[in-house]
Design a protein around this ligand. Structure first.
Ligand code: NAD
Ligand code: TDX
Length: 340
């Protein structure tokens, strides 16, 4: 498959999902990929060190909100933009929302404007299920569910989605929004639940579970998410929203106990701590549209993929130890010091 796309501009390709996507696409296609990444605390060149010399890969360090840089890249004949770049951690957005607006909202607008100006035909906005807010015990998010974000992070992602919609309606830019549930897999920054819990358990540190641990997330293996984006880039329809999810709801405490069991560590490591303000209770995503219209399905069942993920963190301790002993240590103290 080729689709005349030629060159793909990936943003945020040094982060968790972006790096998995770049590697996945370079293995499968001949597309040229330009990865523009600011290398914030979450961007790590090591995430792509294995493909950094690939002839079809180019890395540009830069900010998606830098209009001159982005328009310069867009003018080079880009076939598709896939916007992963974002400030992505809810807890950090509660501490300091401003950079979430700068990157997630203004950055997206700069990309949209460049896509419009240079007639880029495919624009994929990697959004999130968090834009729909929180669910009670029943039901699931559909593409038409109301947007009701509860954190500065999800509010910034929602604002970006509305801009994408406006660029489609006003200028006819054939942009598509994807809204995926919680991802897990290799190269996820250890501030997020699964890698934090695996790495803390491996170090025999406390596992900080917010509130009563009964908040529910709908987990998907990162490669299944990448395959959905691949499909949507090739066959998705401009102006549409596609939900992506694996029908795999688990409470946080269930996840934490699974991790401890698989690592043969005691449940006494679990520490219930002060809750996250505005903590969304439950997410569940209905991806019937993507399944029916584009024929997508998951290929990694949770049982298999969580084993694979845990193994990756066990085998790549240098990767996360380097992160956890750097600047992140100060964040960890700030976030958890008074809680643990
Ligand atoms: P991440 O935090 O691991 O990576 C974000 C990347 O964006 C980093 O490499 C960072 O350096 C880069 N970046 C940040 N600001 C930038 C800027 N101004 N200009 C250029 N690059 C910048 O995030 P992730 O978990 O890989 O998430 C990627 C995308 O997927 C985000 O848009 C997020 O909202 C969305 N998403 C994530 C999940 C999840 O579970 N992780 C689920 C659904 C949607
Ligand atoms: O120390 C913790 N203890 C804890 O109980 C952390 C970091 C998290 N949690 C809970 C909060 C959530 O209920 O675990 C759940 C998952 O937390 P995160 O990993 O921070 O993810 P979440 O807030 O659900 O958001 C994620 O999914 C949607 C991503 O970070 C977002 O980028 C994505 O849009």
């Amino acid at each position: 498959m080729g689709c005349n796309i030629g060159t793909i501009l990936v943003t945020g390709g040094c982060g968790f999902i972006g790096s998995n996507f770049v590697r996945f696409m370079l293995r499968k296609y001949d597309y040229k990929i330009i990865n523009v990444d600011k290398l914030t605390y979450a961007g790590n060149l090591e995430n792509l060190s294995d493909i950094s010399d690939h002839p079809n890969y180019e890395f540009v360090r830069g900010d998606i909100a830098d209009k001159a840089l982005i328009e310069g890249l867009a003018s080079k004949g880009i076939g598709a933009v896939i916007n992963f770049a974002a400030e992505s951690h809810v807890d950090r957005s509660i501490e300091d929302p401003r950079v979430f607006i700068e990157t997630n909202v203004l950055g997206t607008q700069v990309l949209l404007e460049a896509a419009r100006k240079y007639g880029i035909l495919r624009f994929i906005q990697i959004s999130t299920d968090e834009v729909y807010g929180s669910l009670g015990t029943r039901g699931s998010f559909k593409e038409a569910s109301p947007l009701a974000p509860n954190s500065p992070y999800s509010a910034s992602k929602t604002a970006a989605d509305l801009l994408v919609r406006a660029y489609y309606k006003t200028y006819g830019l054939a942009a598509i929004i994807t809204r995926c549930s919680n991802n897990y897999g290799p190269y996820q920054f250890p501030e997020k639940l699964i890698p934090l819990m695996i790495s803390n358990a491996l170090e025999d540190k406390s596992l900080p579970v917010y509130g009563d641990g009964m908040n529910v997330r709908d987990w998907i293996y990162v490669e299944d998410h990448c395959r959905a984006i691949e499909l949507i880039m090739h066959r998705g329809k401009g102006g549409e929203v596609y939900n992506i999810g694996a029908n795999n709801e688990l409470s946080n405490i269930e996840i934490v106990k699974i991790i401890l069991k698989k690592l043969n560590k005691p449940e006494s490591l679990i520490k219930f701590v002060e809750d996250r303000p505005g903590h969304d209770r439950r997410y569940a995503i209905d991806s019937t549209k993507l399944r029916n219209e584009l024929g997508w399905d998951v290929i990694y069942p949770f049982e298999k993929a969580i084993d694979r993920t845990i193994r990756w963190y066990v085998e790549h301790q240098d990767w996360w130890k380097k992160i956890k002993s750097g600047e992140y240590l100060t964040y960890y103290e700030r976030m958890y010091g008074h809680r643990l």
